[in-house]
Every structure is written in C-alpha cells, then in structure tokens.
Ligand binder design. Structure first.
Ligand SMILES: NC(=O)c1ccc[n+]([C@@H]2O[C@H](COP(=O)([O-])OP(=O)(O)OC[C@H]3O[C@@H](n4cnc5c(N)ncnc54)[C@H](OP(=O)(O)O)[C@@H]3O)[C@@H](O)[C@H]2O)c1
Length: 246
C-alpha cells in the first residue's frame, strides 16, 4: 500500500506548460513517478530531463487528448515503466472565448473536444486499470469560470461544469474503490490566455491576469494535498483563486 505521494504513479495531461508542468515538478520532487502527456514533445522532453537531473522519475509520451487511443497509450506508459496507475490528472484544457452571437462554432467544438471529451477519454483509459487494482484517483482541473458565470465564457464554463458533474457521478459510483477530486482555479499565471483567438478578449483576460494571477504552484500544491491524503479520505472540490478575485 502506497501512503502519501512517494512511489505513486501519476499521469498528468497538459504537462507541457503552466499548471501541468508545475504539478509534474512538485510531485516528482516529492517522490512520485510522473508520466507526462501533451502535444509538444520538445517541452515534455526537457521537463522530463529536468526532473531526472534533479533525481526524480519521469516519462513522457506525445498525447492529443482529443484522440482516445492517445490516452490509452499514455496510461500504458505508466503501467510499463512504473507498474501501475495511481492517479490521473485531467489537466489539459483550452479556452476560446467569444460572445455566443459570434457563433464561433469551431471554438465551441474545440473546447468540447479537449476539455470535456478529453477528460472522458482519460477517465475511460484509467478505469479499467483502477478496476483491476481496486484503487485509483482521478483529479480533474476545472475552473472558477464554471462557478461565476460571466459573458464570453459560456461554452468554456459549460465544458468545465460538465466535468464537475461527471466527477461527482464517478465518485458516487466508485463505492469506495477510487477517489475523485475537482480543483477549480481562478486566475493563474500561465500561458493559457495566449491561445485565445479573439484579440480583444485575449487582451482583457491577459491584463486582468497580469494584475492578480497567482502562480501555478498554488494549484500544484492542492493536487499534492489531494493525493497525499490517506486512501480513506477523498478530497472533493477545491476552489483556489487570487484573494483579490471577485
Ligand atoms: N490559467 C488559468 O487562469 C486557468 C483558470 C482556470 C482553469 N484553468 C484550467 O487549467 C488547466 C491548465 O491550463 P494552464 O492554465 O496551465 O494553461 P496552459 O499553460 O496553456 O496549459 C494547457 C496545457 O493543455 C495542453 N493541451 C491543450 N490542448 C491539448 C490537446 N488537444 N491534447 C493534449 N494536451 C493539450 C497544452 O499542451 P500542448 O499544447 O503541448 O498540447 C498545455 O500543456 C486547463 O484545463 C484550464 O482550463 C486555467
């Protein structure tokens, strides 16, 4: 039985930057074996090297969470290299923020594919292993955007709230076999906003983030807290935002 973080095998999607990168470094420094997924392998490779040079254990695989098979392959790396899967962090996410009347249907579909279906594909890859092991832990990175609904974030918030709902159902269905945690960040200092296509909305979000965003380590510490609890303790929902965020 693994207690705490030491020796646990933790798969993290969206590990090539921001919060995922920060989680990988923190958890590896505390003895986890981390398996990193994202599309940009140059960044995953250098992160893996940094972790190994610091004495940690890490592996990576190119992963596009919109492809179900990529998630299956990613958890297979965890099994092959580290002998199992204790935790899956569904962290990969994107936002394409627009007013609904602009009909950015492509952006809606991208968010549904990455934020919602990508998370479901992760859960689908992990559950057969959790069932065999009789244990496991899913951690979903959600968003405060799903709690405070504001203009331009409707579809983004919807994908995040769908994940919140699915997580609660999964927790209840587990009947004690696996744990489920949802973490909802507010403004966090990552490159997240830089991918928003609408320039005006991107600049507004970026300006706000520049003023108040908290470092990604704040979210990494929450992930560590959820993982390190005893198996009998399920950390449900955590909201973490800048103290000054309204
Ligand atoms: N920053 C914030 O203020 C904030 C607030 C609330 C919630 N969040 C949530 O936090 C999570 C992490 O975001 P972040 O702030 O750390 O932003 P980030 O630095 O942009 O990280 C997003 C990660 O998702 C990955 N990703 C995007 N599309 C992917 C795909 N199709 N397949 C696999 N990986 C994909 C990216 O990697 P590749 O491009 O290499 O694939 C990247 O590693 C997201 O779920 C986001 O919704 C962020």
């Amino acid at each position: 039985m693994k207690i705490g973080i030491e020796g646990k095998v933790v798969v993290i999607t969206g590990a090539s930057s921001g919060m995922g990168e920060s989680m990988a470094e923190l958890l590896a420094s505390r003895g986890a074996n981390v398996v990193l997924g994202a599309r940009r392998t140059d960044r995953l490779e250098s992160l893996t090297n940094r972790i190994r040079q610091a004495g940690g254990q890490a592996a990576y695989r190119q992963t596009d969470v919109t492809k179900r098979g990529d998630l299956v392959q990613l958890v297979a790396v965890a099994q092959q290299q580290f002998g199992g899967l204790d935790v899956l962090v569904n962290n990969a996410g994107i936002s394409q923020l627009h007013y609904m009347e602009e009909l950015d249907i492509e952006g809606w579909e991208q968010m549904i594919d990455v934020n919602l279906k990508g998370t479901l594909y992760g859960i689908a890859a992990a559950l057969p292993i959790f069932k065999t092991q009789g244990s496991g832990h899913i951690i979903n990175i959600i968003s405060v955007a799903g709690i405070n609904i504001v203009p331009t974030m409707g579809v983004y918030a919807a994908t995040k709230n769908a994940v919140r709902t699915i997580g609660e159902a999964l927790r209840q269905e587990s009947e004690g076999r696996w744990r489920v945690t949802g973490i909802s960040p507010g403004f966090v200092d990552t490159p997240f906003a830089s991918n928003i296509k609408n320039e005006q909305i991107r600049n507004t979000i970026q300006e706000k983030a520049n003023q108040i965003a908290i470092p990604p380590e704040a979210i990494a510490r929450a992930v560590a807290y959820a993982i390190e609890q005893p198996d009998t303790v399920d950390v449900g929902d955590i909201v973490i935002r800048p103290t000054v965020q309204g």
